[in-house]
Write a protein that binds this ligand. Structure first.
Ligand SMILES: Cc1cc2nc3c(=O)[nH]c(=O)nc-3n(C[C@H](O)[C@H](O)[C@H](O)COP(=O)(O)O)c2cc1C
Length: 355
């Protein structure tokens, strides 16, 4: 396998194994996509990515990380997203979106706002909905409200509605966000899930909401289209979620229709010690790939073309997802191909600049 080999998941062909990792832009009003998102996502499609994923897109208004996140909780959101999807697909990239609910990490300010942390209800914020206890992510967090079983069913339905709207917008790939301390992860992790009902306690109970979300999404997301799942493969904390749990989870969700596990990590507790460095999460993708016999994506400080090629060539993962490197270099795949001496198609408008 090579970085620039095309491949197929279900009926969808990807021109290479490079994906733009979801990145919040904090640039929406009332969840609507706008010109910023068009140019941000569109330029990375022009740059040659195999798949371009939107930022975490909220399936419910209260599930937004901040008041300026993208949303997909109402049909009115579809039209602006469809414009972006059309452009991304015209450039030869697969257009994907990441369905999300922030749980107790909802209603926070954009990173560049002076007031970091929670946004007060009087300033457009809201009380977050959380998985189990009424403890927030940090002592400053707004006090969350525990989800009832009816609330959990509504969340699963909202994910399915998000998938239906994604389909209408023309997306060909959906990723469920089960990582980074957001709602689904709050159920998975024993560090914060202290529920005593059928959604807490045992591994089977803590993973129940995710299975219900996957099943609800798969009911409306067609067989011919790929479904990815992002998880935090480790909480990096004693007593937390582990890589062994991740392998077991991957085995559970594969028969439910998840095609690829996008293995990230951390985010459930602020104090976790994460050994950040080049490719620091790649071993998780490798363990899950071999342990569960499922496709995996790896993310986290993948920067050099040779590094990305090595990951794919050695079978550690099937896809590399790049986030910050794509902010620095929107056309990263075009120059990576040159470094790796691979012939790939350039946008015809840019041919004259070809190396
Ligand atoms: C600006 C920014 C926004 C992000 N937003 C999201 C997001 O919406 N969903 C998500 O799963 N990860 C998000 N992430 C995490 C990235 O997708 C990625 O996992 C992380 O940055 C590590 O990859 P990198 O070293 O290539 O940046 C974000 C990262 C950045 C830098």
């Amino acid at each position: 396998m090579n970085l620039f080999d095309s491949f197929k998941i279900r009926d969808i062909s990807f021109r290479n194994r490079i994906a733009v990792s979801p990145m919040c832009e904090y640039s929406s009003e009332d969840g609507f996509a706008n010109d910023w998102h068009l140019v941000h996502l569109g330029s990375r499609a022009v740059g040659g990515a195999g798949a371009v994923l939107t930022e975490a897109i909220a399936v419910l208004a209260k599930g937004r990380i901040s008041p300026c996140d993208l949303g997909i909780w109402k049909d009115a959101h579809i039209e602006n997203l469809a414009r972006i999807v059309r452009f991304v697909r015209q450039q030869g990239s697969v257009a994907g979106t990441q369905l999300a609910h922030a749980g107790f990490k909802a209603s926070t300010a954009a990173p560049w706002q002076n007031q970091r942390g929670p946004v007060a209800v009087t300033e457009g914020g809201w009380r977050p909905i959380y998985s189990s206890t009424s403890k927030g992510f940090t002592p400053e967090s707004l006090e969350p409200e525990a989800l009832t079983p009816e609330g959990i069913a509504q969340v699963a339905h909202a994910f399915a509605e998000g998938a239906r709207r994604s389909l209408e917008a023309g997306f060909e790939l959906v990723e469920i966000h089960g990582a980074h301390g957001y709602l689904i992860h709050q159920f998975l992790s024993p560090l914060v899930n202290t529920r005593t009902d059928q959604y807490g306690g045992s591994f089977g109970n803590r993973t129940r909401i995710l299975r219900e979300v996957v099943e609800a999404v798969r009911k409306v997301w067609p067989e011919r289209l790929p479904l990815w799942l992002r998880i935090s493969a480790s909480d990096w904390t004693e007593g937390g979620w582990t890589i062994e749990d991740s392998v077991a989870l991957a085995r559970q969700v594969k028969p439910l229709g998840v095609d690829l596990i996008d293995a990230s990590s951390g985010g459930i507790v602020p104090a976790a010690k994460i050994p950040v460095g080049p490719g620091y999460q790649t071993s998780f993708a490798e363990r899950i790939r071999h342990g569960a016999g499922i496709l995996t994506g790896t993310v986290g400080m993948i920067i050099a073309p040779e590094q990305a090629q090595h990951i794919i060539a050695t079978g550690q993962a099937d896809v590399v997802l790049l986030a910050r490197e794509f902010l620095r270099h929107p056309y990263w795949p075009l120059s990576a191909a040159q470094v790796l001496k691979q012939q790939i198609a350039w946008p015809k408008q840019y041919e004259r600049a070809r190396f």
